[in-house]
Design a binder for this molecule. Sequence first.
Ligand code: PHE
Length: 358
Amino acid sequence: MDLVRDLEALAEGARLSIASASDDRALEELRVRFLGKKGEISAVLRGMGQLAAEERPRVGEVANRVRDEVESLLVLARQRIEDARLEQELRGSRIDVTLPGRRLLPRGHRHPVTRTTEEIVAIFARLGYEVASGPEIELDWYNFEALNIPADHPARDMQDTFYVDGAAIGRPEGEGAVLLRTHTSPIQIRAMKRAGSPPIRVVAPGRVYRSDYDQTHTPMFHQVEGICVGPAITFADLKGTLAAFARAFFGAGTRTRVRPSYFPFVEPGAEVDVSCSICGGSGSRSGARCGTCKGSGWLEVLGSGMVHPKVLENVGFDPAAVTGFAFGMGVERMAMLKYGIADLRLFYENDLRFLEQF
Ligand code: PHE
């Protein structure tokens, strides 16, 4: 019995059959046939018992070499089959990635609300304001309390404010109500607290939420808030800043007027009107009453005022040492007035015939 010759014959057979295997299943069968427990190499080795002791090492050595060779032939064959499969897949493919696209899609552009926000913020950035932001899900303290809005103020009413179930978002009980902010004014408070001490000059754009829906109100809309606090800031600074803003936003000839108004977090409070951007302040347009300003020649554009001393105290500023002014405006409203848009809801209907005009 010549086991070495048997092993050499076995190796030759393995080389031939592995070389002609054409898929993974055939290879797996060959692996079992040669290397398996009941395979051909094992069968040869079982015959070793009948060999003389001094012959065994030589046969063992040949058996190991043949097993190693078959193993590496199988690895190479697996790779060869995989390469062939990939090659075939690529050749069969009908996609020519070098061809140009058949129809180039037109590039989009920014939404009018985004554009208007950016315009407003850019004007204040040129006046030296930093941009700040705050959370849309806000705490009662920032949205109301710190802004000197008392618990019985109508702005807190369920009809205006969307309250959030604090427990559902993991807030411990007793930490006050959680709500969707109703204005960007809580960012005033956050910005002052973050700064720690005056001076501070910040604009803050963002979404706000109120339970409202009609031609000029949507449950979500956008505001830009502004605050400027420092030693000896006066109402004249407020007027000068907002007049400069109005000219930059609506055009160089824009006039501004200031009317007394009430917001709990300012004293005195003022509403700012600008001369109508559509009729130029005359109140009429091609002989008819101007629809945008309803014939008055004026447009109400924002709320403002001198920061209330209590608000300064609430953030740890000394009202005897510093003063400041704040303002807030609705972005959709600014865009409507600038572009003569009659219905606020157009901004949110995603009608391209509307959006593509901007
Ligand atoms: N937060 C006010 C509103 O939403 C606007 C405002 C801001 C008024 C700052 C005065 C000062 O109506």
